[in-house]
Design a protein around this ligand. Structure first.
Ligand SMILES: C[S@@+](CC[C@H](N)C(=O)[O-])C[C@H]1O[C@@H](n2cnc3c(N)ncnc32)[C@H](O)[C@@H]1O
Length: 193
């Protein structure tokens, strides 16, 4: 059971810059740490090459290609990537980095799901807490996309619990695109027995 970083552009290396400085972490180290994190800010660059090198070094290149192919073929992810590209072309997005961030987030989380599936006991239940997000007016149903990717990888989807959410949309999103309810969810998946 876990709550991973959400795809919400929060950069914990900035949120905790004071604490990191207190611990003696230098600016260069903070920058390196930022790029090593799961993609969830517009500054993150693709980690596909890094992942490929890692899997290759473990003699698992075919597995890398398989996982990436499964994630890339996911219809929900393709749809959201296309919708965001349209929003970017229409001038709705304020930062092009959102496109890479969303794609990178789901790809990296997909690799996490694949490794959890490999290492969990048969029949195990897996719970992820996550928030849906919205960029350029486009609501991104993180709960449903992650569940769909998890299913494609071999999990059985069990339940999506919707939690009471008090957080609203950002004022910029609401002003330009109106209000949309953003779910906070716990998704439960099962590894087949
Ligand atoms: C929502 S909290 C959940 C903490 C813990 N996993 C739990 O389930 O209670 C997300 C955690 O991810 C870490 N984190 C934040 N941004 C991250 C990123 N981009 N990459 C990796 N970890 C990140 C935070 O330090 C925090 O511990």
């Amino acid at each position: 059971m876990t709550s991973p970083p959400y795809c919400n552009r929060y950069d914990y290396t900035r949120t905790y810059a004071l604490e990191l400085a207190y611990l003696g972490v230098t600016e260069t180290e903070i920058r390196r740490l930022r790029q090593r994190q799961v993609s969830c800010t517009v500054e993150h660059s693709s980690k596909i090459h890094e992942l490929e090198v890692l899997y290759e070094s473990l003699g698992q290149h075919d597995r890398f290609k398989h996982i990436l192919r499964v994630i890339r073929s996911n219809a929900a992810l393709q749809e959201i990537n296309a919708a965001l590209t349209t929003r970017w072309n229409r001038g709705d997005l304020n930062n092009r980095g959102v496109l890479q961030m969303i794609d990178g987030y789901f790809i990296e989380m997909g690799f996490v799901f694949a490794e959890i599936l490999r290492t969990a006991k048969p029949g195990a239940s897996i719970a992820f807490v996550n928030d849906n997000v919205r960029y350029g007016g486009e609501v991104i149903p993180v709960d449903l996309i992650t569940t769909s990717i998890a299913e494609d990888l071999g999990f059985q989807a069990d339940t999506v619990h919707v939690l009471v959410q008090r957080k609203g949309n950002s004022s910029q999103q609401m002003g330009k695109f109106g209000r949309a309810e953003l779910r906070k969810c716990i998704t439960i998946w099962r590894k087949p027995a």
